[in-house]
Ligand binder design. Structure first.
Ligand SMILES: Nc1nc2c(c(=O)[nH]1)N[C@@H](CN(C=O)c1ccc(C(=O)N[C@@H](CCC(=O)O)C(=O)O)cc1)CN2
Ligand SMILES: [Mg+2]
Length: 287
């Protein structure tokens, strides 16, 4: 049976270190400021934003949530972002995704000042990640959280065959870049990939972010693989499950993340830690 990688416990450990860093900033009179912008009222997004706010408040981060109507124009949304770009009490800006169809995601992420990019989705920061110039660069929180899981469980990535299933900007693409930077040999699979199971069966490291409940079965996984499940799906009974059939795959893998309490908690912990990092980098720069 696989070792279950406990993202919730690891998140709590990382939060302790982040609390010390927040106190150190407080001693210099700095309170990290995070703005989370939610456009429209997608129920899942509302829950994620509420969770982010709750965690930020608990850790004494100045957290502002802007709820904007889904009728807002792209130009008006960008104007609001620009006011926070210029506000020195705000160190981190996040626009919750997905956005309504009339708003272009690229234009919006591109409007966030790269040095206030809580999510690491700005093209400049994605470019730095791909170039492996990652010092003082914000990185997408879910993949970065997964790297913290690998690190905590001493998973050696060097020379390993990694398969990332999913090519989103939020997870798949930055995950692939991080794995390449860690010297893994990386394949990115997606909805057009032929013979997916043949690929996943060769993976020493398998990261799955497809959004289909229990999609990856025991037969799709190599013995002793390390399996990371980014999915958050509902099964036929409405229960939260991942993209990996946990009960089957835990029998074959060496390590596996559960859903919930695996990758999900690490995303918010990484967001908080990155918000603090943006405040630290800003204070270093401004003396
Ligand atoms: N601007 C962004 N938008 C979105 C991101 C993102 O990183 N930045 N990621 C996802 C949603 N997301 C954060 O925004 C997120 C999703 C889930 C969790 C989480 O803690 N999940 C729990 C289960 C929660 C539940 O019971 O429903 C878990 O897995 O244990 C955190 C963050 C899309 N949008
Ligand atoms: Mg859109």
């Amino acid at each position: 049976m696989a070792t279950i990688m406990d993202g919730k416990a690891l998140a709590a450990e990382i939060d302790k270190t982040t609390t010390v860093r927040i106190q150190r900033l407080a001693d210099q009179g700095i309170v990290p400021g995070l703005v989370v912008i939610l456009v429209g009222d997608d129920p899942a997004s509302k829950i994620y934003v509420r969770n982010k706010e709750r965690r930020a408040k608990k850790m004494k981060i100045n957290s502002i949530v802007r709820n904007l109507p889904d009728t807002i124009s792209e130009a008006d949304l960008i104007k609001i972002i620009q006011t926070y770009n210029e506000n020195p009490t705000i160190h981190a800006i996040l626009v919750q995704l997905p956005l309504p169809a009339h708003i272009n995601e690229f234009n919006v992420t591109n409007a966030i000042a790269p040095e206030k990019d809580a999510d690491g989705f700005h093209p400049t920061n994605i470019g730095k990640l791909v170039i492996n110039h990652t010092e003082k660069t914000p990185i997408a929180c879910t993949p970065q959280g997964i790297m913290s899981i690998f690190n905590a469980y001493h998973i050696d990535l060097d020379g390993k065959k990694a398969v990332v299933v999913g090519r989103s900007t939020i997870v798949g693409k930055p995950m692939a870049a991080l794995l390449v930077n860690a010297n893994a040999t990386v394949t990115v699979a997606h909805s057009h990939t032929h013979n997916l199971s043949q690929l996943t069966r060769e993976a020493d490291i398998l990261v799955v972010a497809v959004g289909i409940a229990k999609y990856i079965k025991e037969a799709d996984v190599k013995s002793d693989a390390v399996v990371i499940d980014v999915g958050m799906d509902r099964d036929v009974n409405g229960k939260l499950v991942g993209d990996v059939d946990f009960a089957e795959v835990e029998r074959k893998a060496s390590y596996i993340t559960p859903v919930p309490k695996g990758v999900g908690p690490m995303t918010i912990t990484t967001l908080i830690s990155q918000t603090v990092a943006l405040a630290e980098w800003s204070s270093e720069k401004n003396g």
